[in-house]
Design a protein around this ligand. Structure first.
Ligand SMILES: [Zn+2]
Length: 403
């Protein structure tokens, strides 16, 4: 005879509540039959757990469409205001902030443009704190998390930015600075996380975008620099210290330009924003990538030539990634999504040189979440604690607000 301890039962209940909430959060309204199919739990257990989540204000049960004879079945849907998160994306030129509800509903958002010489860590913390205050303003609901995306190498344990070459940051304790700034009387302080921009883009495209349902995916963020987030066997590849996937600093042209990381000929010096503008003969101070793409579309020879050149380098790096990782989907995010239609011939020419077994499987796509992959990935990261322990996180949040 086996004895089930209380701890085991508590663990099981927490795990099952988490499975149901995650499914509803990602899939939207689902019937009890869908939940039975997705979780393997029986109908009555699901009924009990959905009721608990409903009492906590996280899901609502509504009558679904009537099908055939009998009563219409109940449908569980996420309550967007039941749990809120703040998502921030710090880029070289601006910080984007959004208030996002359970189920991925974006309530409000704002853009804070940076000064021409970029932003230093203290300013970034201030911008984030003020954006948080403004977006939370009249919002009702429980704030359960804040996550910030940085284009750099992050220690996931404490949110330390080890290096963010294009922001000019090195060894910045961003996680600690945010906790210190946001711990003020009367302010609701959520759990705070800091993540790499491309990892968060990969997360969002895997959960809600072009890579939904696939087992392996590479997301490339094209901003001033180039970042990579790699999902293998359904999980984000982190490497030993959580720093894996820095494909922008893969050396592709040893005789090329000096990168901001200090090495010569990194992939981002050939396909990053400045490289696209340079190849098209535009100054990196006045131009943007979309301008180059529009010029090429309207027949500008210099712009077309420039994009063809960038396409060759893009294809060369992608070919390497295909050979190494054998991904199902590669999502070209940030400015790379504008390039794909113009450069697909050059890119596919290079990718065709990869091993046949690999190239036949891979799809090159643009992000379903368009320019918001990273921002929405930050929202997913901020929801992660709630989605692992729904009632525990709500209790912890209530205790913090009461203290
Ligand atoms: Zn580099």
């Amino acid at each position: 005879m086996s004895v089930t301890t209380a701890t085991t039962q508590d663990d099981l209940r927490r795990l099952n509540l988490a499975r149901i909430l995650r499914f509803v959060h990602v899939s939207g309204p689902v019937s009890r039959s869908d939940l039975v199919g997705a979780t393997g739990m029986n109908r009555s257990t699901i009924g009990v757990l959905v009721n608990e989540l409903a009492e906590a204000g996280l899901v609502a049960e509504v009558a679904g469409a009537a099908g055939g004879v009998g009563r219409p079945s109940l449908v569980a849907e996420p309550v967007p205001s039941g749990a809120l998160v703040l998502a921030c994306e710090v880029k070289v030129e601006a910080t984007e902030t959004a208030l996002v509800g359970l189920g991925g509903t974006v309530f409000t958002r704002r853009t804070d443009t940076h000064a021409a010489d970029g932003i230093d860590p203290a300013e970034a913390v201030e911008v984030i704190a003020q954006a948080a205050e403004a977006l939370l303003g009249e919002a009702t609901g429980t704030l359960v998390g804040l996550a910030v995306s940085i284009p750099g190498v992050i220690d996931p344990d404490d949110g330390q930015v080890l290096v963010a070459p294009n922001l000019g940051w090195r060894d910045v304790p961003l996680g600690t600075l945010l906790v210190d700034r946001m711990t003020v009387p009367g302010q609701r302080v959520p759990q705070i996380a800091v993540g790499n921009d491309a990892d968060l883009g990969a997360l969002a495209e895997h959960v809600r975008g072009s890579g939904r349902g696939v087992r392996s995916l590479i997301y490339l963020s094209g901003e001033v620099g180039i970042g990579g987030g790699i999902v293998l066997d359904g999980s984000l590849m982190t490497g030993l210290g959580g720093f894996g996937g820095e494909v922008g600093h893969m050396v592709v042209n040893p005789g090329g330009l000096l990168c901001r990381c200090g090495t010569r000929g990194c992939w981002e010096t050939e396909i990053g924003r400045d490289a696209v503008l340079r190849a098209a003969g535009l100054s990196d101070e006045v131009g943007d990538v979309l301008q180059v793409v529009r010029a090429a579309e309207s027949g500008n020879v210099k712009a077309r030539e420039g994009l063809r050149h960038v396409g060759e380098w893009l294809g060369l790096g992608l070919g390497n990634l295909v050979n190494i990782f054998n991904p199902e989907v590669i999502v070209l995010g940030g400015h790379l999504r504008y390039l794909l239609p113009q450069v697909s011939e050059a890119v596919l020419g290079r990718v065709d040189q990869t091993l046949a077994a690999m190239r036949d499987d891979v799809q090159l796509v643009t992000p379903a979440l368009e320019g918001d992959s990273t921002l929405l990935g930050a929202a997913e990261r901020a929801f992660a604690p709630l989605l692992s322990d729904p009632l525990g996180v709500l209790q912890m949040t209530a205790a913090r607000e009461a203290s």
